[in-house]
Structures are given as C-alpha cells and as structure tokens.
Design a protein around this ligand. Structure first.
Ligand code: SF4
Length: 543
C-alpha cells in the first residue's frame, strides 16, 4: 500500500514532469534516489510501449534519443554505452547513434561493467513486479478476460515460497553463494516448479487476451522471457552437489562462454545471476560486430607497467598501447609512509592497529584524511577506535563514516568541512576528486585483494586454474594493483597538491609480490619514519 510519503513523492514527480525540459530525475532533488515511488513509475525495456505509446511524441527518453541520433558527439556513461552494445541485437535498436570512434575514459571499469551486461540475472522483485503489472493491467484492460486476482496471487505466493526455500537450504540474507556450493540445491526444485506452473497459467491467460491492449500484450513477451530464464535455473538446481562431481560442477566453464551461477539474498528478496568469467570474449564479439575505433584511457590500465592483464580482461589482443608520464612532480609533492611495525593484516585486532597508527598523522594534519578500508567491517572498527582516540585526546574532528549517509552526501560534507576524516570501503577508492587542502592524507589499510570466497572471484580462480593459468599472478594480483593505484590516486589531483600516502599492509614489504605493488604506484618519496611523515604534512606550505 502506498504511504503518505509515496503520495507526496508522486505529486512532486507529476509537478516536475510538467515543468522540466529534460525529464532527468536527477534534477528532482526532493524525491530521494531510493524512494519507493521510482520503480513504480519507471519505464524499462520490459514495459516501454515505444512508438505505440500515446505519449511517444512528448516522451523525454525518446526525445533524448532523437537528439543523440542527430548529434556529432554524444557523452554517455559506461552503463548506457554497454547497454547499447549488449542489446544491439535486441528490440531496442539505435539506442545510441552509430559512430566511428568511441573514447572510453576511466576504462579500467570496463571489465566489471561488461560482466554485468553480458551476464544474466533474474530477481524475485522482477517476478513480483510482472505479477503486479499483470493484475493491474488485466483488471483495468481485460476485466472479463481471466481470474486475474487468483492467477496473480498464486504466482506471487509461489515466488515468495522460493524465498523461503532459499532460507531452508541454508542461505542467509546478505550472502552471495555459488550455486554449486549449495549442498541441497535440488531441494529448491519444487519451489521452481511451482513458479513454473503458476507462470504458465499466467502466460496462458495473457495469450488468450492477446490483441485487447498493447500494454497487456507487452506482458506476453516479458513473462515468456522470465519463464525462459526460470527454466534455465530449474535445470541448474536439479542436481545435488553430492550427486555431482567437481568436474561436473565445472561444466559451466566449458565452451566459449564460461560462466558461474550464483545467488544473492537480501532480507526479503533474491537475485539469480549468471556471470561470464571471460567477459572479454563477449565484449570482443560485440565490438567486432561494429566497425569502429575504440580509444580506452585511464590512469590505471597497467599492473607493474604492463597492459597484459587489462587487455585480456577486455578481449583485446592486438591493441596499440601507450603510457604517458603524469605531469605531477610526485617525488616532491607526495610521501609514501610505510610504518615500521605493524601486525599481520590477518590479525583479529588489525583494524584497531590501523586507527592507532594512523591517528598521530590524522591529528597532526588536522583531519583532511581519507581512510580507505577493504571491508565494511573494517570501516566500522576503524571508525569506532578513532572515535575513542579523539575523545581520549580531546580532539574532535568531523568523522564521516560510510553508511551514515549517501556516498555523495559524505563527499560533499568532507569537502565543505575542511578538517574531516572520511572512512570508506571499496566504493570510495575511486571516482573521487578532491583537490587542494581538504585532502592531504590517504590511509590504506590493506592490499585490496578481491575476497576469494566471493562466488565470481572463486569461480574465476577455478576457471583460470582449469585452463592452465596462474590465477594469483594473472588475475588476483593485477586486479589488486589496479585498485591500489586508484586508492593512491585520490591524493594528488593537481600540480599544487601535497600529501602523504600511508599503506598499513606489511605484505608490500614482506611478500615477493609487494615489489610489483610498490613499483606500480606513482614515484612518491618514501619513508618508514613517522616523524618524517608528520614533518612532511605540517611543513610550511603543506596545509
Ligand atoms: S515511450 Fe511511453 S512508455 Fe516508453 S518511456 Fe516514453 S512515455 Fe514511457
């Protein structure tokens, strides 16, 4: 049921729609990004009527597309570009104009965006939404066409039962689990079968009413696609892990589209994903289908000075590559501080040590620091310990902690405070540009290796091993190095910036691969002495 807030938001949207010239919902600040009203009034590939829509002529989306078609240069984000590339063969053609040249900035993000678009996903929310739409449209446009309430209620009940079944096989809210790691996965089969049965009834009712209403007709294809996706998952859950050998579990690594099936669970929802393990191959195929040049740029496409890892990830084996030195005077502008003694990053109290070792520098610097952690748990622990240290030393600096507000609000607050300490995990390691005095200390807790128990990471490691490659050297380490460079890159943003980068993971010195990590970072001056680092920060002109 809609809340009073939803109604207020809806009124704001209606008012905004009558005044805006672009229809860009980012301009409507009074309705938050996560407002419940957005999904209910958003047109998607599933429900857009296209030229048959009565509001087609005034539609903001199509107006923007027409303008893009007529333009010489179009600027879009990676997701829109990838959607256009991945769905070229789909009904949505001419999403963007055909172009000769594509310039992709921040191209280090391309492999992960490609993995999203060349994979498939099916969520319980999508299924429930299809059921809701079928009920609303059926009752409004073909009330005598079927028992819409009974049909959709059965369907929705079956979908909710699948969520319960996922809990019963041991999955917990917040988890991401590879399908072949679920011991009793065949216990999910009856729940999938029940959805199949209920959705078949719904599909029949829609088919019987075909031709009565354009929007109702659109649901025929949508339900059919959901059923196809469901059928694949029904087949995939058919075998229990113990009936299955590891070799059979690795079957999805065969062929030219190796992938992993995995499930993410939230409190009330679930998403079923199939992620390609070599998205570069799919990307290369899509790119080859279009005669155009790609120019990929980023400060972090190399690991240890080589492009190999990146080129393999994006499926480019004969690209021309080049590197240009930064215009910044790194040895003069920045100091890399590697503290003398630190506990192992595996130590249970490591996060506390991070706060304790970083605090003297944060204090001497009057805040103006980013503390970049590799996990959300570390963010909380470091923040808690820093709060204690501030209270102990009677030094109150604004402490901005990931999760307390949106990413954008935290960054804005950091900029305007001028003496804040921001503590964040991976989403804060890149894409933030804070120049000048507000940021002159970046603390990195650990080397950002992707968690090896993540279903996609784990599958990729197994896949690389299976094809005879070295997953650590060819995947985990280069990925960590590229992310490390992004994190370090928050510090010096222009020719006048100065600051200290502090890395608290002793593995950069104790492990053989540490050399590759350090040599990939900008050539900052180095010290292992806390006094030097504090002196650098407080020296005249540093602030
Ligand atoms: S064409 Fe109609 S349904 Fe599609 S986005 Fe525009 S207004 Fe929405």
């Amino acid at each position: 049921m809609p809340t009073r807030e939803d109604v207020m938001h809806l009124r704001s949207v209606v008012r905004f729609a009558s005044m805006t010239s672009t229809g860009d919902c980012a301009e409507l600040a009074s309705v938050p990004e996560n407002a419940a009203i957005w999904p209910l009034e958003t047109s998607t590939r599933d429900n857009c009527l296209g030229a048959e829509c009565p509001r087609f002529a005034e539609c903001f989306v199509y107006k923007a597309r027409r303008e893009a078609q007529a333009a010489d240069i179009v600027v879009v984000n990676h997701h829109l570009f990838m959607a256009d590339l991945a769905f070229r063969d789909d009904a949505i053609r001419d999403f963007l104009p055909t172009v000769d040249t594509v310039i992709l900035d921040e191209a280090h993000q391309l492999p992960s965006v490609a993995a999203d678009f060349f994979g498939t996903s099916l969520s319980l929310a999508q299924l429930l939404e299809a059921g809701r739409d079928a009920r609303a449209l059926g009752l409004a446009r073909a009330p005598d066409g079927s028992s819409w309430i009974t049909l959709t209620s059965q369907f929705e009940r079956a979908v909710r039962d699948l969520r319960l079944a996922l809990g019963a096989v041991g999955l917990i809210a917040g988890s991401r689990t590879s399908l072949d790691r679920i011991e009793r996965r065949s216990d999910l089969r009856p729940a999938f079968d029940a959805i199949d049965e209920a959705s078949a009834e719904l599909a029949r009712a829609l088919e019987i009413n075909r031709g009565r209403d354009a929007e109702l007709d659109l649901l025929i294809g949508r339900v059919a696609e959901l059923r196809r996706n469901l059928a694949e998952w029904t087949g995939a859950v058919a075998l229990n892990r113990d009936e299955d050998s590891d070799a059979a579990a690795d079957e999805s690594f065969e062929g030219d589209a190796p992938s992993v099936r995995w499930i993410s669970l939230s409190t009330y929802g679930a998403q079923f994903n199939q992620t390609p393990l070599a998205s570069g191959q799919a990307l290369a195929r899509a790119r080859e289908a279009q005669p155009q040049s790609w120019i990929l740029t980023s400060a972090t496409l190399t690991a240890a000075g080589r492009f190999d890892h990146y080129l393999a990830e994006v499926g480019l084996d004969n690209a021309t590559t080049a590197r240009w030195d930064s215009p910044f005077d790194f040895p003069r502008q920045a100091l890399l501080y590697l503290p003398q003694s630190l506990p192992s990053p595996y130590d249970a109290n490591f996060a506390h040590s991070v706060a304790e070792v970083a605090w003297p520098l944060i204090r001497a610097n009057g805040g103006r620091a980013f503390v970049l952690c590799t996990t959300l748990r570390a963010v909380e622990k470091v923040a808690a310990r820093l709060r204690q240290l501030m209270a102990q030393d009677d030094e109150q600096l604004p402490l901005l902690v990931q999760g307390a507000s949106t990413r954008r609000a935290l960054i804005d607050a950091f900029r305007s405070a001028g003496n804040a300490v921001l503590i964040g995990s991976i989403s804060f390691w890149e894409g933030i540009d804070i120049r000048g005095d507000a940021l002159s200390l970046v603390v990195i807790d650990k080397l950002p290796f992707a968690p090896p128990d993540d279903p996609v990471v784990e599958a990729k490691i197994r896949y690389l091993r299976k094809i005879g490659r070295n997953p650590f050297n060819e995947y985990q380490l280069p990925e960590a190095i590229m992310l490390m460079k992004q994190g370090a890159g928050r510090l010096i943003r222009d020719e006048t910036d100065r600051g200290v980068l502090m890395i608290l993971d002793e593995r950069v010195l104790s492990k053989p691969y540490g050399k590759a990590v350090l040599s990939s970072l900008p050539p900052f001056a180095r010290t292992r002495n806390e006094g030097d680092a504090i002196e650098f920060l407080t020296r005249r002109g540093a602030r």
